[in-house]
Design a protein around this ligand. Structure first.
Ligand SMILES: Cc1ncc(COP(=O)(O)O)c(C=O)c1O
Length: 446
């Protein structure tokens, strides 16, 4: 066998790329791309600042947090493993129960890390379509084989927000007793029904939960798996001994001790916000599955339309999650996280209207821009200053190229959603109502 001249990745890693989401160059101050919850109470940090320095000096123990979670869910501590985010718990579970020759059944689309974790352990991914609506239990059951090592039920599912029912879990667990039922409830707090009790009553199910979403601690990287002690022991064995830092364990304990009144308030806000976002996006022609998570998915006819919404919102300082042309079931899709407060919701609703239903298309006319007065619109300009004025007025800022124009990089740095040669370059993404009125013409260059 010939020896390669330099280090090469294993077969499992060779086909993978690091997790990366598309970013726009415009300045962003409202991030609605990661499904994070709102910030936790500030006292949490004060408590950490006052902690004994042993918290940093010593290797950490997650046992106190596991005991607190066990008490919360009425379990034995051996039935809880605390991990570095739900991600760590899921990856360990795949390591523990999957491998070459074993299959994992995944709904598609779903959380993008799941197929990656499967590939890392050499398992075969079996996709079952779940575009939204009811969980495809019959199709999943038809896909079960003696080699099935795990069946994933992500509920609410990311990125659609669709949910499974307790009966789906019971049927799956009974029909595939040789497989682990991976019940990923990362967004479970936001759903109408908590599947935790149903899943915990099953002999082959593990429940995955996280402090990252409803509890507002994504930066602490805290998640956990719950289930039968034997299954949990394999998940524990498949990870490193000190995966979660001492400060994160302390934050989790303090967060639980403070109670969940603020989590419940956040969930109530999210439910109202996702209804408002769904309604507006559907009115604007997007296909939006019913969501029970803290985000909504908007499907447009093609990738260009989705890319436009992503860019236009970035022009207004808002980041949302744009999906690529692959996998095909997410081509043309944008996922928007509920902001979690009234001011930001008003802002994002206006930005969506500006991007998708502009009442006015203005070219280099500050007076007309001033007259917009909160109405949705697009503003074409050759200057960084014009871009800033458009952003301040809530109009989608679009840079124009030309001999006298500021350089395209300067226009994007100022916040331009796009830099184009003239308004007609955007004809492909113009809403039909606006197209009927005709495009304004670009200013003549003297
Ligand atoms: C469905 C689902 N599961 C698990 C996770 C992992 O979250 P974390 O590792 O932050 O707990 C995410 C994160 O986005 C998710 O969407």
């Amino acid at each position: 066998m010939t020896r390669p001249a330099r280090p090469t990745p294993s077969d499992a890693v060779a086909g993978l790329t690091a997790y990366r989401v598309p970013r726009h160059g415009a300045p962003i101050d409202l991030v609605l791309s990661g499904n994070e919850g709102v910030a936790p109470p500030r006292e949490l940090l004060a408590g950490l600042a006052a902690a004994d320095l042993e918290l940093l000096r010593r290797y950490p123990s997650a046992a106190p947090l596991e005991a607190a979670l066990a008490a919360r869910f009425g379990l034995d501590p051996a039935q809880v493993v605390v991990t570095a985010g739900g991600d760590d718990a899921l990856e360990r579970t795949f390591r523990a129960f999957l491998g070459p020759g074993r299959e994992v059944i995944l709904p598609a689309p779903t959380f993008v890390m799941l197929p990656k974790y499967a590939q890392l352990v050499g398992a075969t991914v079996v996709d079952v379509p779940w575009p939204g609506g009811a969980f495809p239990t019959d199709a999943v059951l038809a896909a079960v084989t003696p080699d099935t090592g795990a069946i994933c039920v992500v509920s609410p599912n990311n990125p659609t927000g669709a949910v499974a029912a307790g009966d789906d879990l019971r049927r799956l667990a009974a029909a595939a007793p040789h497989a682990v039922l991976v019940v990923d409830l990362a967004y479970g707090e936001m759903a109408a029904v908590d599947l935790t009790p149903v899943a915990l009553a099953l002999p082959n199910a593990l429940v995955f939960r996280t402090f990252s979403k409803a509890w507002g601690l994504a930066g602490a990287r805290l998640g956990y798996a719950l289930g039968p002690a034997e299954l949990v022991s394999w998940v524990r064995a498949a990870g490193n001994p000190y995966a979660v830092s001492g400060p994160s364990v302390a934050l989790g304990l303090a967060r639980l001790a403070a109670g969940d009144a603020d989590v419940r308030r956040y969930v109530a806000t999210v439910r109202a916000e996702r209804a408002a976002l769904t309604e507006l996006l559907r009115e604007a022609g997007a296909e939006v599955p019913d969501s029970e998570a803290n985000f909504v998915l908007a499907r447009f006819p093609d990738h260009a339309a989705a890319q436009w919404l992503h860019d236009a919102l970035a022009g207004l300082g808002i980041a949302v999650r744009l999906f690529g042309e692959e996998p095909p079931e997410l081509c043309g899709a944008v996922r928007i996280t509920c902001p979690g407060n009234a001011n930001d919701l008003t802002r994002v609703l206006h930005a969506l209207r500006s991007a998708l239903e502009p009442g006015a298309l203005i070219v280099e006319d500050r007076l007309a821009l001033a007259c917009l007065e909160g109405q949705p619109g697009w503003y074409f300009t050759t200057t960084a200053e014009g871009i800033a004025a458009a952003r301040a007025a809530g109009a989608v800022p679009i840079g124009l190229t030309g001999p006298e124009a500021d350089p395209p990089e300067a226009l994007v740095a100022a916040g331009a959603a796009r830099v184009v040669s003239g308004p007609d370059a955007l004809e492909g993404v113009l809403p039909a109502a606006v197209r009927a009125q005709g495009l304004p013409s670009a200013p003549r260059v003297p």
